[in-house]
Ligand binder design. Structure first.
Ligand code: HEC
Ligand code: HEC
Ligand code: HEC
Ligand code: HEC
Ligand code: HEC
Length: 231
């Protein structure tokens, strides 16, 4: 053999096709795994990787500000199921009409409301918070757990009558360790929803991703087995 007379090994054509096919399948699997990992990680960490939640526009621009801050209505006046069951519930048009048959003449938003009422229709509110189908969330348990007469502590030793300073400060910024707070049911909402009374449009302020739920459960002696939150 003369030096330089070197030839690369040339695989036969059928092998080339085989390699191509294997390579392509590998590539598809890689992309699939990468996508899955992205979604999986995004459910654990704080910020959604693909999109950020934004306050959606509602079919009627319902202002919590006016109803809660100015009129002084309690959260449970409209979200009547929040102390009783899983969902908080959104009030029916009839409840709105108990005031707005009279109040709000000349407002285009109230006109929309009255139209819907006249047609005996329902308002198609856009959901702001939404758990995936495989997750169970129960309002009542959380509202009960964080309301009532509660001693402010650094670390929970008796979950029946204590609240951590971290949650207490959300409810009342002046809360101090050692004191006892008397917390109404509607005082607990801000722990997860922020100060809705100041929101012109409701937006999600807490991630409420799996790590968020599990961390809070751990810190508050809540249940952490998978079946607590998953069907
Ligand atoms: C305190 C409640 C809670 C507990 C306990 C919990 N999860 Fe989750 N889990 C969630 C929530 C909430 C989500 C949805 C997060 C999101 O918005 O994507 C989730 C999402 C998931 C997902 C879907 C991830 C994805 O890719 O979308 C899997 C899988 C999962 N959990 C497994 C588990 C396992 C296994 C356990 C037990 C070790 C467990 N979870 C315990 C609340 C919980
Ligand atoms: C006069 C009735 C009324 C009162 C009082 C009221 N809400 Fe609402 N709430 C609504 C209506 C109607 C919606 C649906 C439209 C929207 O999202 O703005 C809603 C939506 C919400 C949502 C978003 C639901 C979703 O889609 O995820 C949260 C959170 C909420 N309210 C919390 C509160 C809290 C906390 C209070 C007390 C500070 C309160 N609300 C007081 C009527 C009321
Ligand atoms: C307890 C009485 C009461 C109830 C119940 C009530 N509202 Fe109101 N609402 C008011 C008052 C008072 C105002 C302020 C009216 C004004 O400024 O003219 C108002 C203002 C509004 C406005 C702003 C109007 C504008 O253009 O400024 C909207 C929209 C509205 N309400 C929708 C609703 C909806 C939807 C419901 C049911 C989920 C509801 N309200 C339930 C009393 C009520
Ligand atoms: C521990 C956290 C937490 C607390 C405390 C909490 N919420 Fe929620 N809220 C959630 C989560 C999570 C969802 C989404 C539930 C789902 O999709 O199944 C939600 C959804 C809602 C909704 C819309 C859907 C529904 O369930 O009807 C309303 C309205 C609401 N919350 C109002 C309230 C009010 C009012 C309070 C206080 C009395 C409150 N929440 C306290 C976490 C919380
Ligand atoms: C602020 C802290 C906190 C956050 C955030 C929180 N939880 Fe909880 N949760 C608790 C505590 C504490 C308990 C135990 C309540 C009790 O029974 O005393 C609990 C109980 C529960 C229960 C059991 C209810 C029952 O009685 O069967 C479920 C289900 C649940 N949480 C789901 C979730 C999910 C899903 C999320 C996230 C979207 C979440 N929680 C976020 C503190 C929290």
């Amino acid at each position: 053999m003369i030096p330089g007379d070197f030839q690369f090994y040339k695989p036969p054509k059928n092998k080339l096709i085989l390699f191509g096919v294997i390579g392509f399948i590998g590539f598809v699997i890689f992309i699939g795994v990468a996508l899955l990992a992205t979604f999986h990680i995004s459910s654990w960490i704080d910020k959604p990787v693909i999109f950020a939640a934004e306050a959606p526009d509602q079919p009627i621009a319902f202002p919590h500000t006016v109803h809660v801050q100015e009129l002084g209505l309690d959260c449970t006046f409209c979200h009547t199921n929040v102390t009783k069951g899983a969902s908080a519930s959104i009030p029916a048009v009839n409840l709105c009409m108990s005031c707005h048959t009279q109040l709000g003449d000349g407002s285009t938003e109230i006109e929309k409301l009255r139209d819907i009422h006249a047609k005996q229709d329902v308002i198609q509110w856009t959901r702001v918070h939404r758990m995936p189908d495989h997750v169970r969330f129960i309002h009542e348990a959380h509202v009960k757990r964080f309301s009532g007469s509660r001693q402010v502590v650094e670390k929970i030793t008796d979950s029946s009558n204590q609240i951590r300073i971290i949650e207490a400060k959300v409810i009342n910024p002046n809360a101090k360790i050692g004191e006892t707070l008397d917390i109404a049911a509607s005082g607990t909402c801000s722990i997860c929803h922020g100060d809705v009374s100041k929101m012109h449009k409701v937006e999600q302020v807490r991630t409420l991703k799996m790590s968020d739920c599990v961390d809070c459960h751990r810190e508050n002696n809540g249940p952490t087995d998978c079946t607590t939150c998953h069907y």
